[in-house]
Write a protein that binds this ligand. Sequence first.
Ligand SMILES: *[C@@H]1O[C@H](CO)[C@@H](O)[C@H](O)[C@H]1NC(C)=O
Ligand SMILES: *[C@@H]1O[C@H](CO)[C@@H](O)[C@H](O)[C@H]1NC(C)=O
Length: 340
Amino acid sequence: MALKEGLRLRKRVFWRLTVPALGLLVLLLYWFPAFRQLEVLIPMGVCPSATMALLRDNFTGVLRPWDRPDVLTCTSWKTPIIWDGTFDPDIAQQEARRQNLTIGLTVFAVGRYLEKYLARFLESAEQHFMVGQRVVYYVFTEQPAAVPRVAMGPGRQLRVEFVARERRWQDVSMGRMRTLQEALDGRLGREAQFVLCMDVDQHFTGAYGPEVLAESVAQLHAWHYHWPRWLLPFERDARSAASLAPGEGDFYYHAAVFGGSVAALRRLTAHCARGLLLDRARGLEARWHDESHLNKFFWLHKPAKVLSPEFCWSLDVGRRAEIHHPRLLWAPKEYAQVRT
Ligand SMILES: *[C@@H]1O[C@H](CO)[C@@H](O)[C@H](O)[C@H]1NC(C)=O
Ligand SMILES: *[C@@H]1O[C@H](CO)[C@@H](O)[C@H](O)[C@H]1NC(C)=O
């Protein structure tokens, strides 16, 4: 009797200590950057060699995923995750030129974001984004006259499209999907074959070439690529069109970079715009706005290519041995200044 009682007591004490300890660890990981460095210890998984042999890509030719044993180089649905060192940028350049592509790059520069970020975004894109290819930039803004004049290389042009100003930044971010859908149905869809959609509060720091192109392209989020799936910040409210049930979701993708063929992006933007509208009709707003809907879309329709975090890196994450060569950096967030 006493023995059993003692065992039960010990069990209870064990649980009383472990549960708060685990909870505390999660909170520490969340709030303190120093503790967050511990997340590098969480393994990303490895690509099975049987899958490695099967990886194909329309732009990079043969990929060399085995050259990066330190990171996950493929998804469970057998598409490549593009890391520095696994592809040959020259082959991608030649292939894009052989296909005579026009590549679109869309960016929203609304309110203070325009004066603060647009010039640097465009200037750095001229240095690093799809150099040697035909490129058409689409800048969506409510102040077309304020768009800076940036000298464009041959075969590259800038189009400025007017969008009405929304009051809250959440609405700007959500109206984006509808605006993109309209542009893809119009001139952008006629003149480009592939389009990348990016946030403006970032700048290019390294070659960003056709190795990123595919039917549909998703970006691993720099803050979350080591996290276990159950911790990822998906929308979990079942009433939202963006909701993912426990156990659903592959990776957490960053809405600061997504892309694909015009047809695939039409489907993506239509899906997200519809989800945003449904939520609004129910008086809901998904946890991370259009990013939540993007994550739902990529859960239902797996991306054909996934970009490693070096294609959209944040220096705030700290140094990471596996990030060899960041190509695009987010600006440090200054929400108080720009979101007014
Ligand atoms: C390549 O594309 C451009 C623009 O879409 C077009 O004007 C040109 O004729 C094309 N060249 C070839 C060889 O198809
Ligand atoms: C490669 O190109 C083919 C034909 O255009 C297309 O059907 C396929 O989806 C492309 N693959 C990827 C990964 O984009």
